[in-house]
Design a protein around this ligand. Structure first.
Ligand code: HCA
Ligand code: CU
Length: 402
């Protein structure tokens, strides 16, 4: 990314140190696996195939799906794999031979297995000892390798696992040449610095020419994306996302936020079709009947809505005053809100749109009238390209001095 000093974001980019990260940070989208673990989310086979196509044309690196959940999921996985998409299709199963056998039926090139390795997961869920966990993991990893497939091993609940055992497990997987190791914060308890320390500890101890690291961070305190990015700064090179962040409980980082963070503030060259973001979100909302909060970053209806008079005054001259990325680049649209907060600049603009006199007195009268109506937001307008040109190039907007 070339930084120009007249770019409104220039100094922010300097603080963010953009352009100095050399490596591409990849995206694995798990809408079809983690996403379906969100209450109220369940797709039909056709919808899963459609979502996979959309994610592939958007440009994610890997698409994760679980073939073991039901016969429908198995069929969807097989069909998606037959499409020959660019993205790797990763079949996600428990680290158990019988689950791997189901994954093998899908003809997938990638199999991800997961196992809860913290003491609480070993005792409360799997009811096995650390030794048994280790030998099961090795057996499963060798089994996948014997079929000539690529694999990932997920150290579920890594953030609450005793470090020496976590490292022992990572080293075993690394020794066996497991291509990717996932370090999840399964319960969303980490802060960014903690996630950095966790990932760095693993990254420094394994042979990174053999295994790369994934980060999978849950959003229980709202820190999922911050933690995932911090994990990447410590050496991971792939973030797990879902469309709109759906997942178990409060989910994981959203695809839209992650894509924009990587592209805009990490300078990672992912070649993503960012303009699809709003449509991806709409599609999920249609398929699930779950509403997307209008305040949702990037894809929400209010993400590019401007209301306060001081904001309108600036936006109508140059939207960069309050926008870090053009809405149309992510498939969203800019809106302006006229109401009691509009101020005389907003009022003058509204007058000019209606072909009325934009003298300062008229503008002030209208602003006052909008305030006195006490109806909050009275009118919302899209600032589409035609209107933007009007704003940016014509002088009509300038409140004329009398
Ligand atoms: C799960 C666990 C998981 C796995 C993550 C991964 C987690 O719900 O099955 O495979 O990378 O959060 O630990 O989603
Ligand atoms: Cu998860």
């Amino acid at each position: 990314m070339i930084l120009k000093s007249d770019d409104p974001n220039y100094y922010a980019h300097q603080y963010n140190n953009i352009g100095n990260e050399k490596k591409k940070l990849k995206i694995l989208d798990s809408t079809l696996r983690e996403g379906e673990q969100h209450p109220g989310v369940s797709f039909t086979i056709k919808q899963r195939i459609q979502i996979a196509w959309m994610l592939d044309s958007f440009g994610v690196d890997q698409i994760e799906i679980s073939p073991v959940v039901s016969s429908d999921h198995l069929e969807a996985t097989k069909t998606i794999i037959k499409q020959g998409l660019k993205a790797d299709i990763v079949a996600h199963v428990r680290a158990i031979k019988s689950d791997v056998d189901i994954a093998l039926k899908t003809n997938s090139n990638w199999i991800a297995t997961y196992m809860g390795i913290s003491d609480i997961h070993l005792s409360a869920k799997l009811k096995i000892s650390r030794e048994e966990a280790k030998s099961r993991a090795i057996e499963v990893a060798e089994y996948i390798k014997s079929h000539g497939l690529k694999s990932r091993f997920t150290m579920e609940d890594a953030s609450r696992t005793e470090p020496s055992f976590l490292l022992e497990m990572c080293n075993e997987m690394n020794r066996l040449g497991v291509e990717r190791i996932s370090i999840p914060d399964t319960v969303g308890i980490m802060r960014p610095k903690g996630m950095y320390n966790l990932v760095k500890m693993v990254y420094d101890k394994i042979d990174t020419s053999k295994s790369s690291l994934d980060v999978h961070c849950h959003n229980d305190i709202g820190l999922a994306l911050a933690n995932a990015l911090s994990g990447c700064e410590a050496g991971a090179d792939q973030i797990h996302t879902t469309i709109d962040g759906f997942g178990e409980r409060t989910g994981i980082p959203s695809l839209a936020e992650t894509s924009i963070a990587l592209t805009l503030i990490y300078g990672s060259d992912n070649n993503l079709r960012l303009h699809m973001l709003k449509d991806l979100s709409k599609t999920i909302s249609q398929y699930t009947s779950l509403e997307i909060p209008e305040s949702k970053p990037i894809v929400g209806d209010s993400a590019y809505k401007h209301k306060a008079g001081t904001h309108l005054a600036a936006i109508l001259r140059n939207p960069s005053a309050y926008e870090i990325i053009e809405p149309r680049l992510v498939g969203n649209r800019r809106k302006i809100v006229f109401g009691e907060l509009a101020g005389k600049n907003g009022a003058a603009y509204l007058l000019s749109l209606l072909g009325l006199d934009t003298s300062i007195r008229e503008a002030e009268n209208l602003a006052k009238g909008l305030k006195e109506l006490r109806m909050g937001d009275v009118l919302e307008l899209y600032l589409d390209e035609k209107l933007e040109r009007k704003i940016l190039n014509e002088e009509t907007f300038n409140v004329k001095k009398e």
